[in-house]
Design a protein around this ligand. Structure first.
Ligand code: ITT
Length: 191
């Protein structure tokens, strides 16, 4: 079974490829010759995941799915949330975003947060949504070099390492994305 993954994020692709059964072949945007950037004007992860999946579906008319994810920090009223990718401004780096979070949380005791992933699948022209979340805490400083995005400043509940200090398999056994991808996989394999 082949599915296009409507994402320009190589890290997401790597995480979900290592999680999905080999009978499910995921084609990247590069594989299908799409080099553009899809606008994400939605105000929720659900909206943006749908926008990205529909954009690629309208272009290629093939089964496809998108992942919209974000980190929600309780003391910041759920920020960065849907704005996670560009929290520190247009064109910012992962490091800039982490710096901004650590700066904003200076002196604040409540460092609880959660990562959330929403996957929007279009399969045989039907729409399906799968979600995953993981709760945890924001560290005081960056720790670890693996993964991407906010991984160096997030320790999942029950763990002592940040996502960026974990191997791909360790992150994939507990992450928000892994949980959503597991639901996607169960759905596809049980059809
Ligand atoms: P696509 O839209 O092309 O899939 P993106 O990187 O723009 O890629 P999102 O719109 O979902 O993805 O933005 C989510 C941002 O949240 C992402 O850029 C990271 O900064 C962060 N993020 C998402 N998942 C993460 C994860 O597993 N670990 C750390 N940070 C993550």
């Amino acid at each position: 079974m082949k599915l296009i993954f409507a994402s320009g994020n190589q890290y997401k692709l790597q995480e979900l490829q290592s999680k999905l059964n080999s009978s499910i072949e995921v084609l990247s945007m590069r594989d299908v010759g799409f080099a553009g950037d899809i606008d994400e004007p939605g105000e929720t992860l659900e909206e943006n995941a749908k926008i990205k999946a529909e954009y690629i579906h309208n272009l290629f008319h093939e089964n496809c799915f998108a992942d919209d994810s974000g980190i929600e920090i309780n003391a910041l009223n759920g920020e960065p949330g849907v704005y996670s990718a560009r929290y520190a401004g247009e064109g910012c780096s992962f490091a800039d975003n982490n710096e901004k979070v650590l700066e904003k949380l200076k002196g604040i005791e409540d460092r609880t947060a959660r990562f959330r992933t929403v996957i929007h699948l279009i399969y045989d022209n039907q729409h399906y949504v799968f979600e995953g979340e993981v709760k945890g805490k924001i560290t005081m400083t960056n720790k670890g070099v693996d993964g991407f995005g906010y991984d160096p400043i997030f320790i999942p509940d029950g763990q002592i390492k940040t996502f960026a200090e974990m191997t791909l398999d360790e992150k994939n056994s507990i992450s928000h994305r892994a949980k959503a991808v597991q639901k996607l996989s169960d759905f596809l394999l049980n059809r």
